[in-house]
Design a protein around this ligand. Structure first.
Ligand SMILES: [Zn+2]
Length: 368
């Protein structure tokens, strides 16, 4: 069963539990283990050694395994938060080794004064909701796939009100946005392919699907970056949720911006791939973007837009918006300069290749 579920994860999400070891205890072993560690549940996950422990004699053993081994195991091995937690634990372990603590008392005193230990505690407090919410969602998800819903419901009935609410938030999110989106929103790597993105788009925009002329994926498409979508729609607004960044433009505005060769539009058209909607409209728009010669109107538009973006970035208080507006100002100004020279970079990548120095302040450290 473990191997089967792991192949399912590998195939569907591109990740599986690789480092975590599963320790199945008998009832008496579990009693001893949990008492000596001060646990009061029928399962535990130890981040430091990536160990999932369960009481194999509990009636909920299968579901506890879903929680500890697959839930916390996958999260600790692959999500941004889980990986940070693991690396902090490794750091603390090495510090404890260096300090040469041997007894429990010494260890207790060492941890009380350790900055790393404090950092771990604070980080855990901040991230407990996604850490536990994901593992409880995993119980539900795998119970559903393996026909264990009756057992799951019995276990769920024993849960606190708060835990039930948190689990429901996760379940509702995956129902609305797909299970892929649930992993992506929880900091798992995005092994995006067109079929997955199409499924996500059909779910996320389910109420406004008819309004979409076409939807493209563009931007960096790196596993730990957000997903950038460009959409032509009269209904869907622009929004950003941490894992999904949607740039949506109404049809009329789109035609107007395309006629001005707006770099944010030509960039999406020339670097993007269709994930939903009408391919002929997309190709037609792309052809227009590529074939139109640089015009005086387009140059003036970009110079004007660069000024406005610069003013906006000076006024902005939100760091993300400030940075984004400043980057816009640079892109629009440089695109105008290029067009004045009779050239059309069309994409931000081309602009960045030609003017690396100007874009250096906007480089993000890549989180792996
Ligand atoms: Zn847990």
């Amino acid at each position: 069963m473990i191997e089967e579920i792991n192949s399912y994860f590998k195939e569907r999400f591109g990740v599986s539990v690789a480092e975590t070891k599963l320790h199945s205890h008998s009832e008496s072993e579990w009693k001893q283990f949990s008492e000596s560690n001060g646990f009061n549940a029928d399962g535990a996950y130890l981040v430091r050694g990536r160990e999932a422990h369960v009481n194999a004699d509990s009636r909920f053993a299968a579901i506890d395994t879903f929680h500890e081994y697959f839930g916390h195991g996958l999260y600790t091995e692959h999500s941004v938060i889980g990986k940070k937690l693991y690396s902090l634990e490794q750091k603390l372990m090495n510090e404890e080794k260096e300090a040469g603590v041997s007894s429990r008392e010494e260890l207790g005193r060492f941890r009380e004064n350790s900055d790393t230990c404090r950092e771990i505690r604070e980080f855990q407090e901040k991230t407990i909701a996604p850490y536990e919410g994901f593992a409880m969602w995993m119980e539900w998800h795998l119970s559903m796939l393996t026909g264990k819903m009756p057992l799951y419901e019995k276990k769920e009935a024993c849960r606190s009100e708060g835990a039930r609410r948190l689990t429901n938030e996760f379940i509702e999110f995956s129902r609305q946005n797909t299970d892929y989106a649930l992993l992506y929103a929880n900091g798992f790597p995005k092994h995006c392919n067109m079929a997955v993105l199409n499924e996500i788009a059909r779910n996320v925009f389910r109420n406004d699907l008819n309004s979409i002329a076409f939807a493209l994926v563009y931007g960096s498409r790196k596993p730990y970056s957000d997903i950038d979508l460009f959409i032509v729609s009269d209904k869907i607004p622009c929004f950003f949720t941490g894992w999904l960044d949607v740039y949506s433009v109404p049809r009329e505005k789109f035609s107007e911006l395309l006629s001005k060769q707006d770099i944010s539009i030509t960039d999406a058209l020339c670097s993007g791939e269709l994930i939903y909607g009408n391919n002929a409209s997309f190709q037609n728009a792309k052809h227009k973007a590529v074939s139109a010669p640089p015009s005086k109107e387009a140059i003036d538009f970009h110079l004007n837009h660069a000024c406005k973006a610069k003013e906006l970035s000076e006024k902005c208080t939100d760091a993300r918006e400030k940075r984004s507006a400043a980057r816009y100002a640079v892109s629009y100004r440089l695109n105008a300069i290029e067009m004045q020279r009779g050239r059309k970079p069309l994409t931000l990548n081309t602009l960045m290749e030609r003017y690396p120095e100007q874009f250096r302040p906007f480089e993000k450290p890549y989180i792996e």
